[in-house]
Ligand binder design. Structure first.
Ligand SMILES: [Zn+2]
Length: 494
């Protein structure tokens, strides 16, 4: 492949930019995780899948990836889509809701939804991050960061909390474009103002609250941190002061990421992230997801409730590039199922051909290698998943059109499926044993052992017959006896 530059649409500069790790070959990447007050929905997972595809594409280039994705288990308020952190705590409100009744306390609720989140994450074949930090486990660092911001003149204390002083940071608004007073005011309209704030756009770093369900002792008394400070602190704690790439959903651009930038850069004086990417919203059946409309789906609603194949759901959710709005429908899920099925057929055909080891040339290797290169090139072009998936599907046509695969073709097909799975995660679950680890079998030897076993049985030497069966089983070969004779196959292959 000639051009192996990894291009992404950078939402800070509003242009395509090359992702160049500061340390060559080592990507430092932060992606905002969920607030665990309920089950994450498929729109949330569209964003997490974008991060997963960044990691997979970087790895396909041979890069090492330090990938941090957090869990927000405190401090995310219902009005945090506005900048100044008013409203109820999402966790506390969830505990008081009908679904919350089954939890003894807010900590149990957080643990339950965090565990469910990781379970859904793995079901959809997302790579585990290098670190999955929780906000509640980084309280000391958050308090220290707030102290430092006060010391540097970027934050101040009021009777209700500690606020970031947006006027002290000239670049506030550079990500979202919310620059002037009017824009910033629009972003915080409808919110009850704290009269002690110096500027209406000043946002909370620490909320004082002695009655809050989750509280910590700080230099400002009992309370809890703002949502934004946790991501700044955890990103820099694990990845250093300047990240190569920061990702999240488009709703996080303002205020969350704008606030992360202000806090982090005020603390370090260095750029917080070289590049920013944001995943566009997902609609379902042409409308914004809403429980009241019946078009609101979590991963488990579809996998457990509607029997969707998790790999097909993954396929459907990545089928439209992350930078485009996406209208998810039940039809896209059905289409994805039949596409995923094609990869399964290929896997079966290749496994059977690998065990048969037929002689012959590698008639399909160069074509499959070219298709993989084109799929990778599409991913390097701002994660163009629709082209990458089309190339992957073309590969299945190449594999399935051959009546029989020679051993050499089977090796090439296996390599293609392995590499496509590493890049897109749609062929098989990574936790499943990869087919490439299937034992290489010597057919003639097995046939000879089967003949010997048949003779042993005829001579009533059952110990020898069982010994042969056990020996083959240890090699991953299963025998099936029937009136027509004995057949064998690789364990785990249908
Ligand atoms: Zn975040």
């Amino acid at each position: 492949m000639s051009d192996r530059r990894f291009m992404l649409y950078d939402t800070m500069s509003k242009s395509m930019r090359e992702l160049v790790p500061q340390e060559p070959g080592h990507l430092k990447f932060y992606s905002c995780g969920p607030t665990v007050y309920s089950y994450a929905h498929i729109g949330n997972f569209r964003t997490f899948l974008t991060a997963d595809l960044v990691v997979r594409t970087a790895e396909a280039l041979g890069w090492q990836v330090s990938y941090v994705s957090n869990i927000t288990d405190v401090g995310h308020l219902t009005e945090d889509s506005l900048a100044d952190a008013e409203g109820e705590d999402k966790m506390a409100r969830a505990l008081q809701s009908k679904e919350g009744e089954r939890f003894a306390n807010v900590w149990d609720l957080a643990d339950h939804y965090a565990d469910a989140f990781v379970e859904d994450w793995r079901r959809l074949n997302l790579r585990d991050p290098s670190v999955r930090p929780k906000a509640t486990q980084h309280m000391r660092e958050q308090i220290v960061a707030v102290q430092e911001l006060i010391a540097k003149g970027h934050a101040y204390e009021t009777p209700t909390g500690v606020y970031f002083n947006v006027a002290s940071f000239a670049d506030y608004g550079k990500l979202s474009g919310n620059r002037d007073q009017d824009d910033l005011m629009r972003a915080v309209r409808d919110v009850v103002q704290d009269d002690n704030k110096r500027h209406p756009a000043d946002f909370a770093l620490w909320k004082k609250d002695e009655k809050h369900l989750m509280q910590w002792f700080s230099p400002w008394g009992w309370g809890f941190p703002g949502w934004h400070i946790e991501c700044s602190v955890m990103a820099m704690r694990y990845l250093g002061e300047t990240l190569d790439l920061h990702a999240g959903g488009e709703d996080l651009r303002f205020p969350h990421h704008e606030c992360e930038i202000a806090q982090s850069e005020a603390l370090t004086g260095k750029p917080f992230s070289k590049l920013w990417i944001h995943t566009r919203f997902l609609q379902v059946e042409g409308e914004k997801m809403a429980k009241s409309k019946g078009n609101f789906f979590t991963v488990r609603d579809l996998v457990e409730g509607k029997n969707a194949d998790p790999l097909a759901l993954r396929y459907a959710l990545i089928s439209v590039p992350y930078g485009k709005p996406y209208n998810f429908t039940m039809q896209t899920l059905r289409d994805a199922s039949s596409n995923v099925e094609r990869f399964r057929l290929c896997e079966e055909k290749v496994a059977a051909a690998l065990s048969a080891t037929r002689p012959g040339d590698d008639a399909i290797g160069p074509e499959l290698d070219a298709l993989y290169d084109e799929a990778l090139a599409a991913m390097l072009n701002d994660l163009n998943t629709s082209v990458a998936l089309a190339k992957a599907l073309e590969g299945t046509r190449v594999i399935l059109r051959e009546a029989e695969l020679s051993g050499a073709c089977a090796d090439s097909a296996q390599r293609f499926l392995d590499r496509i799975n590493a890049l897109l995660g749609i062929v098989r679950h990574e936790s499943d044993a990869p087919a490439s680890n299937s034992p290489k079998v010597d057919e003639a030897r097995i046939e000879a052992l089967l003949a010997e076993r048949a003779a042993a049985k005829a001579g009533k030497d059952f110990a020898r017959a069982d010994g042969i069966r056990d020996q083959l089983a240890a090699e991953g070969i299963e025998l099936r006896d029937s009136p027509e004779g004995t057949t064998w196959r690789l364990k785990g292959v249908v």
